[in-house]
Design a protein around this ligand. Structure first.
Ligand code: C2O
Ligand code: CU
Ligand code: CU
Length: 513
């Protein structure tokens, strides 16, 4: 692969005008990258699935309803620490991970059981963590509030109610350090299932496969390179899935369910199959949708989750199917960002599954039930990323919906150059309109991240609860979040303080009670 760095290209006058279309001051990668990652051919490494974490203890003591009713609790312990692993062929890279691996171990749980996860900080000095379980309606003190940080040498027990089935993920949220920490590897799946979902004839077990997509940049020695391009974005020239560069997955000629998460810092994807066959979309951020919908391709911004089924039974053994990205980077050193992974159909297996025409009952929230509308504009201002002209301030509240209030939030982006996947903590919402039109077919479900593209205007509706307290909203380009496109709002009044009501404790850790 020939690599011309941006600086060389500028020197030799080889740049065509692509980036000139962007607003002044916002050109992407107008700085010089080093030589690019070591040359890596796509589809050389085998696909892998992150391990599922085992609880250290489980009990069947029922909950009293204070944090949801539950039949018992599963306790987990995770150390956040550096680790070394192969991501690109021929190199071992240092990452930071939950239990020292990237992505971290998957936590799987059932609706009706509570989870307690003890996170222990063994990161390098100067790196406090805050753990956010993205998509869970956690109490404020367990929600990974940006200022609720646990220093090195301390630990914190996070409590999760598991109140509905969805593909969630947990990742770092430490104030101003989120992008760096997530990029280093502090991110993993957390999957909640319920009896209803398990009763549906959908692919299960080894045919229910998580895909954590994340782009990375490497130095010539295989080290992970973090460069925010002047606090704007982190873009990698290597696409990884579950911590492996462009993996090759061997599949049987049957149906598989994929839980797809864009765990990238700043890159969005437009995913499609190389065969032109549709992906059968069955889930959004917050779980199964009302009905499956086949699409030729779909857009996925950072932190969005989409579940889909691929039916490999139509392919002969020996067929190779590439998961493509129809929105690749135009710069030459990113030439392989047009592909994500490959499926090799290698075995015959029978499959009696036919995807049900109805998935989970889905009711639209009527627009008329909203008690008010709020407007949020996302833009660049004063050299920072801002919401309604403001940066993050832990002492300022920007909204105060009442407990149980239904509100419409209008999320918009008047600028042409950048997109912002906006994440609203605590609640699940529905898209009413995208640019005045109905949402895309595949985004008509419960969601917590909303892709607000250049010049886009997205109206969403949701009901505030079940907890009172302070929660955040931010762009999930975590570089934007860190600098400083994040604010907070409070549901009701008198909720627990997110920072002081469950403070971290000093190691050594006490046994679980
Ligand atoms: Cu996935 Cu506030 O983040
Ligand atoms: Cu979240
Ligand atoms: Cu943004």
């Amino acid at each position: 692969m020939k690599r011309i760095t941006r600086r060389e290209a500028l020197k030799f006058g080889a740049i065509a005008g692509g980036s000139l279309l962007l607003p002044i001051g916002l050109e992407r990668r107008s700085y010089a990258k080093d030589a690019g990652s070591p040359e890596t051919k796509p589809f050389t490494l085998p696909f892998k699935i992150p391990p599922v974490l085992k609880p250290v203890r489980s009990d069947n003591t029922p909950g009293n309803g204070a944090n949801g009713d539950f039949s018992g609790t599963d306790y987990y312990v995770i150390e956040q620490r550096p680790g070394r692993q192969q991501i690109i062929p021929g190199y071992t890279s240092t990452i930071w991970g939950y239990n020292g691996i990237f992505p971290g171990p998957t936590i799987k749980n059932r609706v009706g059981r509570q989870t307690v996860v003890r996170h222990i900080n063994k990161l390098p000095a100067g790196n406090p963590f805050s753990v956010h379980l993205h998509g869970m309606a956690s109490l404020p003190q367990y929600d990974g509030y940006a200022e609720d940080i646990t220093p090195v040498g301390y630990y914190k027990d996070y409590v999760y109610p598991n109140n509905r089935a969805a593909s969630l993920w947990y990742h770092d949220h430490a104030v101003h350090q989120t992008a760096f920490h997530v990029y280093q590897g502090l991110a993993a799946f957390y999957i909640v299932q319920d009896e209803y979902e398990l009763s549906l004839p959908l692919p299960k077990g080894q045919y229910d496969v998580p895909l954590f997509i994340h782009d990375k940049q490497f130095g010539q020695d295989g080290s992970v390179v973090f460069d925010t391009n002047g606090q704007k974005e982190v873009m990698g020239d290597v696409i990884t899935v579950n911590g492996v560069a462009w993996p090759r997955m061997e599949v049987a000629n049957r149906k598989y369910r994929f839980r797809c998460l864009n765990g990238s810092i700043s890159r969005s994807y437009d995913l499609a199959l190389s065969t032109g066959e549709p992906l059968i979309m069955i889930g959004t951020d917050a779980g199964l949708t009302g009905a499956p919908v086949p699409v030729k391709h779909f857009r996925i911004g950072m932190a969005e989750r989409y579940d889909f089924v691929i039916d490999f039974s139509k392919y002969k053994i020996g067929t190779q199917i590439v998961l493509k990205n129809l929105n690749p980077d135009k710069n030459e050193e990113y030439e392989n960002t047009n592909v994500v992974m490959r499926f090799d159909v290698v075995r015959q297996e029978t499959d009696n599954i036919s995807i049900p025409s109805k998935l989970r009952p889905f009711e639209r929230i009527p627009e008329s039930s909203a008690v008010r509308t709020r407007e949020w504009q996302y833009e660049r201002g004063g050299g920072l990323w801002v919401i309604n002209g403001k940066i993050w301030d832990e002492n300022r509240l920007d909204a105060n919906p009442g407990l149980g209030d239904v509100e419409i939030w209008r999320l918009y982006n008047k600028a042409g150059g950048w997109f912002h996947p906006i994440h609203i903590h605590l609640i699940d919402l529905q898209i009413l309109t995208r640019n005045g039109k109905p949402p895309f077919d595949y985004e008509r479900g419960w969601k917590d991240v909303f892709y607000v593209g250049p010049n886009e205007d997205v109206r969403v509706i949701g009901k505030f609860g079940p907890h009172i307290g302070k929660y955040m909203m931010h762009c999930h380009n975590t570089v934007h979040e860190d600098h400083d496109m994040m604010n907070q709002w409070e549901v009701g009044q008198g909720g627990p303080d997110p920072v002081t009501s469950a403070p971290p404790k000093k190691l050594p850790a006490a046994p679980f009670v």
